[in-house]
Design a protein around this ligand. Sequence first.
Ligand code: RVP
Length: 485
Amino acid sequence: FMNTFKYEGLTFDDVSLITQYADFLPGDTDISSRLTRNVSVKIPFLSAAMDTVTEGRMANAMAMMGGIGVIHKNLEPEVQAQQVSRVKHHLNGLISDPITFSTNDTLETIAIRRAEKGYSFNGFPIMDNDGKLVGILTSKDIRFSRSKRASVTDIMTKNVITASPDTNLKQAYEIMQEHKIGKLPLVDKGKLVALYSYADVRRLIENEEPLFNRDEQYRLRVAAGVGPGDYERAEILNDREVDVLVVDTAHGHTKGVIDMVSWVKNKFPHIDVIGGNIATGEAALALRDAGADAVKVGIGPGSICTTRVVAGVGIPQISAIYAAASALKGEIPVVADGGIRNSGDIAKALVAGADTVMMGSVLAGTEESPGEKIIYEGRQFVIYRGMGSLDAMKSREGSRQRYGLSDDDDIVPQGIEGMVPFAGTVSKVMKQYCGGLQASLGYCGARTIPELKSTGKFVRVSGAGAVEAHAHDIKITKEAPNYRR
Ligand code: RVP
């Protein structure tokens, strides 16, 4: 009987971090981290794979801040894959529908159309009457022409340097550098399919925004959820070049998840796989042995999750992270999923052993979330629901699968639906969370996340200590951008 009580379950409010000597300022800290065995993030944040949190727009915003979004699987595989594509092509510098002119045009007709449409750029592909690319009209061609009425065919640059449709940003940059050209048309059998513009390509390659989370080809990174046995979905997502697959279930210490993780690893060794969710060391090791490149921890901590009440199962999140991370000993990273309310919770999750955190409610209220925006008592809110809530379960196959229900089963929800206050843009919210985390590192005397993980220490917090931690003995009259109770 004594063995029935494995250990005590602690969560965020049960612990607080101890200050340690620092000889630097919070702004000097580096909060990049490991997401999986082979993929890193510049900020340690993932947006949750939920239908009111992450679709293409959220995933774009997360990757542009340096984190990553996990596109939920309550979508038909093809639709989910389109969302992945949207992220992969968001910053590729490729103009897929370029403005062109024809050999029948003159400088005058072009000038009129440019003024009408307000085109401020130069370098137009010129097409013949069969729709074939025959030249490019550059700013130089226009500037050195003697007559306004000159026919395009007489002044355009005829020896056009082109490339094949699969040319990536980096290759385009090299070609344009070598030939000193401002436009690079991508051509398939004489037909123009897209165009690179040097100004865009250069901006993306020469990296004005060092924060972007990008792959080797300078495209934003994106992750997507799959279920056990979701082979077809995984194949389609692989075709669209997803960076990371997350085998996304409520109980990851199962044959279904273990088999799926090893299937994905065997079939697509180039894609990193995260398995979850789990809350024990045994589960972490089982997923590692199956080939997982990271594990995701969280059974029941989610703000919209009722698993602990409905099933009586789960482990308070700090203890769950600690159990998984201690078993893994840093061999593969740990994602702490669920229960993050304020920025201070993040450093606690990291010190307990996590490498990154996944957030639902924190991001559900943003502009970029797909959740419905509503007005309630004169204020703006956004609908946020658990993937195990009644409506999410009814809406799609994906959720039923997550909770292991067949079509005929009566639905037993393990989540609820509600609303969170509108929070502005992802960038605004993430800046608060990054700043909060940097403050944690400063207090703990750690310049980096690996340092925080190895030197961070907790104190246990009493009930009175938890009350003291929050604003107390005052009525709040002005909202802070980073505090909610
Ligand atoms: P939170 O950030 O506390 O809102 O939690 C989000 C996490 O909750 C998700 O990433 C997922 O692991 C979990 N979740 C999602 N749906 C449900 C449910 O309906 N029980 N739980």
